[in-house]
Ligand binder design. Structure first.
Ligand SMILES: Nc1nc2c(ncn2[C@@H]2O[C@H](COP(=O)(O)OP(=O)(O)OP(=O)(O)O)[C@@H](O)[C@H]2O)c(=O)[nH]1
Ligand SMILES: [Mg+2]
Length: 309
């Protein structure tokens, strides 16, 4: 952040980060902000909500909306996720459609391209080939050309969200496409996420890291209470699963799995929050919650209010 150099007017607006699951949307948001605002994992369908991240520099302000990966939904939860992602297209000034350069254009990319270019027809769409750190220069060029031929992109860029290579060019491109006007958020604001939500997400990230097959997908995390006592943050959180058998897997033999998840989450929370954390994790069954509208709302999967007018 550049402190007093920052004005409250300049290029400013909303940008949606969209694409199929696992292409690096959340990694890119974190890289741009220099903060861990969104959780990341090697498994697809990690992000389930719209995550707002504000980039402000002396050049302007970009309000990013990180979104769940666009895919063919099988459960109500997944319908919600795809709705959230596509819903952002109406709210933003510019759309960034991200692809994984190590994969080429897949069937799922085509689905995302089709949805984005039909719903966001009237908006600039910047195409991104991500993960260039894993590509040879000629592969990078081939991937850029391959993406360019798919649709009439405003521009196609290649970058690495992981190393940051090419990210500045994306920022400059976006700033050049945004209208000039007053900033939407204070220059020191990074996100609007409540602390409970962010902590629940960090716990969910560890579940994605350590568990397999259907387990991470059948899991939701809710932080019930945060209390600060004598410089210790005491967090009570519930991990919801869909079946009793899954509860056994999350807890693990002699509680080993729950301990591993809890320790990894606690360490990360302490590092980011700079305070000692006691994390009490409980595991509960909420039968088939992914398929039930009411259960989804209870677990926080409600449509977010619009951010822009
Ligand atoms: N090598 C490399 N890996 C990357 C890069 N960007 C993201 N990844 C990895 O790709 C995987 C997916 O990253 P995410 O940021 O969670 O992807 P996402 O698009 O947000 O995924 P969903 O939320 O599931 O839609 C993780 O293992 C990241 O570490 C990159 O530039 N280079
Ligand atoms: Mg994500």
């Amino acid at each position: 952040m550049e402190g007093s150099l920052i004005s409250s007017q300049g290029p400013s607006g909303f940008v949606s980060l969209v694409g199929k699951p696992n292409v690096g949307k959340s990694t890119l948001l974190n890289s741009i902000l220099g903060e861990k605002v969104a959780i990341v994992s090697h498994k697809p369908q990690t992000t389930r909500n719209r995550i707002l991240g504000v980039y402000t520099s002396s050049k302007g302000q970009i309000v990013f909306l990180d979104t769940p990966g666009i895919h063919q939904p099988l459960h109500k939860l997944n319908e919600y996720m795809v709705d959230v992602a596509l819903g952002t297209l109406k709210e933003v000034d510019v759309i960034v459609l991200i692809t994984d350069g190590t994969r080429g254009i897949t069937q799922e990319d085509r689905l995302a391209l089709e949805r984005v270019f039909s719903l966001g027809r009237d908006k600039p769409v910047v195409g991104v080939v991500n993960k260039t750190d894993l590509l040879k220069p000629e592969e990078k060029e081939r991937r850029i050309q391959e993406l360019q031929t798919q649709r009439p992109f405003t521009r196609v860029l290649a970058l690495s969200a992981l190393t940051g290579e090419g990210v500045d060019t994306l920022i400059d491109t976006l700033l050049s496409l945004l209208p000039i006007g007053p900033y939407f958020y204070p220059p020191d604001m990074i996100t609007d996420q409540p602390e409970e939500f962010w902590i629940a997400e960090i716990i969910r990230e560890k579940i994605y890291l350590f568990t397999h097959q259907e387990i991470p997908y059948s899991t939701a995390v809710v932080v019930e209470e945060i209390k600060e006592k004598k410089n210790i943050l005491v967090v009570e959180a519930i991990i919801y699963v869909e079946r009793t058998s899954q509860k056994g897997i999350i807890i693990g033999q002699k509680g080993q799995m729950l301990k591993k998840i809890g320790e990894a989450a606690r360490e990360e929370l302490e590092r980011f929050l700079g305070i000692k954390v006691y994390l009490n994790l409980w595991v509960k069954v909420k039968e088939k919650w992914r398929k039930k509208e009411g259960a989804l709302r209870e677990l926080g999967y409600r449509r977010p209010p619009r951010v822009s007018s």
